[in-house]
Ligand binder design. Structure first.
Ligand code: AMP
Length: 316
């Protein structure tokens, strides 16, 4: 089954402890599309400026992404720039955001896009996310949504309206705390779930991901990497792997959601290994599968047999 993503396509300028890059391809919809394209057909809806380079449209096409929803408008493509601290690579500071053509973004879905069974509303204004949902012919099998502090603080009521209609929320731990006004992540997830999404994925950077679904909880570690070059796009690559797996298999069971979470972590781990999409856009299926298999070794241990007990000292 196919996935539709609505979000940003951008030129990013980033400074990380590993170096810097100027005006490199980025954007939430870009990372998501390329990540999910390894598993399922993807269609992207976004706005680009007249400076958007043909080779970047070609990169998406080379991944069989349907780019007919890339709306080219006069003006400059959205620009974002950020810096990551050497002490804590999870801590990112936005230096500059230039909306450019994104300021008047008004997503319009084609008849085919309105019927897509899996929809990812990447991090954009909640009012636009609502508008996209309203354009869908039927309720999709699964609607995923990403957001950020900016919208939590400035468009809180719009965000709450869209959350009522969303199945899965992907959110950073700091943002989850902000949204729920609560420090404890288990209580955060319960609170967020009461706002609408029955599946809540809390992303914790290099500390991995927590999946909350109904009463069940699952933790996926992040693959420990020797070299983290640029964390930009890891969250969208995660969501791409997660939703790509669900769309490819149609398996929305609790077990399917767990596998999707691990695959999301795998795709996030590739995204951070290079600037821009250099690494995630040049993967082989064998590399993805090898990492998916390797992650299990991080948490595997011999469970207690029913006949066994822990070596507790007498009387404990
Ligand atoms: P992530 O690291 O997964 O949270 O996503 C990073 C991407 O989000 C970057 O490539 C940026 O171009 C894009 N981005 C940053 N700020 C915004 C914003 N306000 N709206 C839409 N996209 C953004």
């Amino acid at each position: 089954m196919s996935v539709l993503v609505v979000g940003s396509v951008a030129y990013d300028s980033v400074v990380t402890p590993a170096g810097s890059r100027d005006e490199t391809l980025g954007g939430s919809a870009t990372f998501f599309s390329v990540s999910s394209s390894y598993f399922t057909p993807v269609s992207v809806v976004a706005v680009i400026g007249d400076d958007f380079q043909p080779e970047h449209v070609e990169l998406l096409k080379a991944h069989s992404v349907d780019t007919s929803g890339l709306d080219r408008k006069p003006g400059k493509t959205f620009r974002w720039s950020g810096i990551y601290s050497a002490e804590d690579v999870n801590a990112r500071q936005t230096l500059d955001t230039q909306l450019n053509v994104f300021a008047d973004f008004s997503p319009t879905l084609s008849a085919e896009q309105r019927r897509t069974p899996f929809l990812f509303l990447a991090n954009i204004d909640p009012e636009l996310q609502l508008d996209v949902l309203d354009q869908m012919d039927n309720k999709p099998k699964l609607v995923g949504l990403d957001t950020m502090n900016f919208w939590i603080q400035r468009k809180n009521s719009g965000l709450r309206s869209v959350l009522k209609r969303v199945d899965a929320l992907f959110i950073d731990e700091g943002e989850a705390r902000d949204l729920a006004s609560e420090v404890n992540l288990v209580r955060c997830a319960r609170h967020i779930s009461s706002l609408g999404p029955k599946t809540v994925v809390i992303k914790r950077g290099e500390h991995g991901v927590l999946l909350f679904h109904g009463d069940s909880m699952f933790a996926s570690p992040a693959l420990p990497l020797e070299s983290v070059v640029d964390p930009t796009g890891a969250g969208d690559a995660f969501a791409g792997g997660f939703m790509g797996y669900l769309a490819a298999t149609g398996d929305l069971s609790p077990e399917g959601l767990r596998r999707a979470t691990v695959l999301g972590s795998v795709m996030g781990s590739f995204a951070v290994e290079s600037f821009s999409l250099d690494r995630i856009s040049s993967l082989s299926g064998a590399e993805i599968e090898a990492r998916f298999r390797a992650i299990i070794d991080l948490t595997r241990y011999t469970p207690l047999e029913a006949s066994e007990s822990l070596p507790l000292r007498d009387g404990r």
